[in-house]
Design a protein around this ligand. Structure first.
Ligand SMILES: NCc1[nH]cc(CCC(=O)O)c1CC(=O)O
Length: 356
């Protein structure tokens, strides 16, 4: 792995009375930098000075398809290398790009409040999509749901593989190389590219979500139209176990119960399917209520058939599987894992013909 550390513009805020500066590591892409800056602001509000340490990864310089260069893991491992070498105190990751397998000696100490988890169609709206439109996305999860969306609209939509940072992808649609692209609302909001009502307002206004992104018509898609990736819109603050107690404690105060419970359920679901972050799997959990240690959770999922191919010959050609599950649990991970097991059991059991 080709890892180069860049200390181009170390931004060090005024030292606090504790004299403790938290070194925040992230990739140098505009989005990763914006995410790191948001965490820096949260830590500064708690009296810590912060310093940004930018890390470039093979994935940033090699623009071949992500599947060709080893998946999203290429981004994560370079940042983790900096944690292992103690060059940084905390790594800020997009949780959806973090493999579900734990890394030795490292711990996700906090998941701050979740951003908007939805995906956005940029360049077209649901009303202006046309037969044969080419939609840029590198994610199999988005591709399988685009096909379903097209089928519902009675048109054929072609998913076209694209890569690059958020502005590069918007540029592909602006230049007409593709008719539209799909991007996460969270990334667009963090970069200040999305002017649209927040989720809570928009949930109520059915069929809304119409917006504009860098002058292009755009529409925020409902979670039911396009189920997001497990952990989408959640930041993961990862540390090495050797970090000082004071810094660990400071970092833990940034944790948000809903972001943690929801993402634990979604990621346990993904892990139990033995699928990775580039698998055609969508999962969106919502923490509906909290009673003492009990959590009311709803989980909406979509699973592409390639994930399930080994289970039965007959399901190979079926459309993606969609389910909505809800329940009460004291363990969000267990909830997600059991949801996946229930679906796998259902598929393994030969279906009896339904009674009329
Ligand atoms: N796959 C890349 C990626 N990883 C995290 C985000 C931002 C959304 C998030 O915070 O989950 C994006 C961009 C995108 O999907 O449009």
């Amino acid at each position: 792995m080709n890892v180069e550390q860049v200390n181009a513009e170390p931004v060090t805020t005024e030292q606090t009375i504790t004299g403790e500066t938290v070194r925040i590591g992230a990739r140098t892409s505009p989005l990763a930098r914006a995410q790191a800056d948001q965490v820096a602001a949260l830590l500064q509000a708690r009296g810590f000075a912060t310093e940004f340490v930018g890390i470039t990864t093979t994935g940033d310089v090699d623009l071949r398809s992500l599947t060709q260069i080893g998946g999203t893991g290429v981004f994560v491992s370079a940042v983790r290398e900096a944690l292992y070498e103690r060059r940084i105190d905390v790594a800020v990751h997009s949780l959806k790009d973090l493999p579900t397998a734990p890394a030795a000696g490292l711990e996700v100490v906090a998941t701050p409040p979740r951003e908007d988890p939805r995906d956005v169609l940029v360049g077209r709206t649901l009303d202006t999509l046309r037969d044969g439109d080419r939609i840029g996305t590198g994610a199999p999860r988005r591709a399988i749901q685009l096909a379903e969306l097209g089928a519902r609209l009675g048109i054929r939509l072609e998913a076209v593989e694209i890569r690059g940072n958020v502005d590069t992808r918007i540029g592909r649609a602006a230049a007409g190389e593709v008719d539209a692209v799909i991007l996460a609302a969270a990334g667009l909001r963090r970069l200040g590219r999305l002017e649209a009502p927040e989720l809570s307002e928009c949930d109520k206004c059915a069929n809304d979500g119409l917006t504009v992104v860098k002058g292009l018509p755009a529409q925020i898609l409902s979670v039911d139209d396009l189920i997001p990736a497990p952990g989408q819109a959640v930041l993961a603050l990862e540390i090495h176990e050797s970090l000082s107690h004071a810094k660990k404690a400071a970092m833990r105060t940034l944790d948000d119960l809903a972001a943690r419970a929801e993402s634990l359920a979604e990621r346990a679901f993904l892990a139990t399917l033995e699928a990775g972050c580039t698998a055609p799997v969508g999962a969106r959990a919502v923490l509906e209520g909290v009673h003492g240690t009990s959590l009311d959770l709803t989980l909406r999922v979509v699973i592409g058939r390639t994930v399930l191919n080994n289970l039965s010959e007959s399901i190979k050609t079926a459309p993606p599987l969609r389910r909505r599950l809800s329940g009460t649990t004291t363990d969000a991970s267990q909830f997600g894992a059991e949801a996946a097991k229930a679906i796998l059991d259902e598929l393994r059991t030969p279906q009896r013909p339904r009674q009329p």
